[in-house]
Design a protein around this ligand. Structure first.
Ligand SMILES: [Zn+2]
Length: 212
């Protein structure tokens, strides 16, 4: 019992999916899609992706379940600039915003060399790493020390777990397939669990077994 308790307290961060993303095609060829909205709780409270512009009420409700309001969020990270990932940035006026390779607070922009492959460390457990390919300035968020191990919130670097078996799913919406492929491999090596942009979170070990 005591051992279990001390084990639980070792996890510095918790990752919560506030709203799971999805994507499917309609018969007329149009698409229905929304991006996953995640909340990282710990020494820094962090939102990763904010859904589409109609998701504001769901975000506020989701935060309140954890006793939070938007003003309690320290960082808002948008994995890339597509509308289904950036729809509610302006709920978070106290936060530092990282949108793709841009880092800003109010009208002040920090320079960080994401384009040279440099990671941005929020603290010793959370870092924002450049993972371009889907767009030329995608980032992913690595969260260590969760009860699930190392979680990578990857935006559309991974559309969904099925895109491991069917690469056309991510390649059709990729701006640079070669670069994205390399960054996917990099993240698969780091992650125990991946939260993709448009589907359920998945264990990396599961997918490795399926692919061999
Ligand atoms: Zn996208």
């Amino acid at each position: 019992m005591a051992e279990e308790d001390s084990g639980a307290s070792c996890h510095v961060y918790q990752v919560v999916v506030l709203k799971e993303g999805y994507s499917h095609c309609l018969e007329n060829g149009d698409q229905v899609a929304n991006g996953t909205i995640s909340l990282v709780l710990g020494p820094h409270n962090i939102m990763v992706d904010t859904g589409n512009p109609w998701d504001g009420d769901d975000i506020i409700k989701g935060l309140s379940k954890h006793g939070l309001t938007p003003s309690n969020i320290d960082y808002v990270i948008a994995t890339h600039g597509h509308v289904d990932h950036i729809g509610n940035l302006n709920l978070f006026k106290q936060a530092t915003h990282i949108v793709g390779f841009d880092i800003c607070n109010g009208d002040k922009y920090a320079t960080h060399p994401f384009k040279d492959g440099s990671n941005y460390e929020i603290d010793e457990y959370v870092s924002v790493i450049p993972t371009p390919g889907h767009t030329h300035s995608d980032v992913s968020v690595i969260v260590k020390s969760t009860k699930l191990g190392t979680v990578v919130i990857a935006g559309d670097l991974f559309e969904c777990m099925d895109d491991l078996k069917d690469p056309s799913i991510w390649q059709e919406v990729s701006e640079n397939i070669e670069l994205q492929e390399a960054n996917r491999k990099k993240v698969l090596k780091i992650a125990d669990v991946i939260i993709p942009g448009h589907g359920k979170m998945f264990q990396v070990t599961e997918t490795k077994t399926q692919n061999t």
